[in-house]
Design a protein around this ligand. Sequence first.
Ligand code: PMP
Length: 354
Amino acid sequence: MSKFLDERYSSLAAYVPGEQPQDKKYIKLNTNESPYPPSPETFAAVNVNETENLRLYPDPDGRVLTKKLADCYGVESENIFLANGSDDILNFAFMAYGANGRKSYFADITYGFYSVFANLHGSDYTVIPLEDDFTIDADKFCGVDGCVFIANPNAPTGLALSLAEIERIISTNPENVVVIDEAYVDFGAESAVSLVKKYDNLLVVQTFSKSRSMAGARLGFAIGNKEIIGDLHKLRYSTNPYNINRITLAAGAACIDSQNYYDDNCKKIINTRAYTTNELEKLGFSVLPSKANFVFAQSDRIDGGELYLKLKEKGVLVRHFTSGRIKNFNRITIGTPEQMAVFIEKTKEILEDK
Ligand code: PMP
């Protein structure tokens, strides 16, 4: 850290992303990417023409993609906001509704970026502990006096709240924005998008990084009431109006045109999740019932950190968190059936060697 850094940022603990190792080829089950490539239509959209057009700035409003998303989700274009990954949107949401001493609420075990953004923007934030079984008690988020952030399904647990519980949180906080982060919703949870027309305090955040195989392209979107979307545009135009590049905009539009391909991939991942859960349970793991493209599992037979390291030695990368209540768990992204068979086989070997 230099002596020049503004003192507001000197004690900031930055977000630590999962490893993106370059040393060797791993079976990579650590950052919840899709194991499947983008659709043929998406490949075709990233073409010579689009590359030639890179000399031109992209459309700052991404109108073609915005319209496609609006049609896909049954809303108007003015209800859609595009950004450079959903992290970009969460950043804007904290900036808009939870900054400079304003209050915000999120779970103690949830997406690690919430506390980073809250600190970055000087939010007066409260963390609400999950229950002993790692579920969220919706009542604890009802009628609070600040902006609410809920990942549904939650990460890294994979557990989801029902739409009725989500609606209760939204309806009991009419004076505050409720952000529902649906990064993993396409893998089996209920989306809150249908509530956008009913509530003016709801912001639903989604991403192309998981179910649409585009983590490397950096594309997120939000759906909400047009005034809220207007707030986010104001902040975007005050920071980086060209926050999504041309290639990503073209690829995103092609994704929506080939939605069936991505829906099929989600079905495959849901099936492979069932297989993985079952196999882990046979090995004595307890696995939280996941609605996401990962499972969160622990075993009394091996320490979570040890399993992570031994799997890494054997070429399989999973995600281990070192904090308190979850330090015996690993979060395992669902890959292809073949990758998961290798993961199970290596886990079995590690347990047998003990
Ligand atoms: N929300 C949650 C709950 C996540 O796990 C992630 C992925 N790290 C994100 C948002 C951000 O995803 P992206 O910026 O790739 O859209």
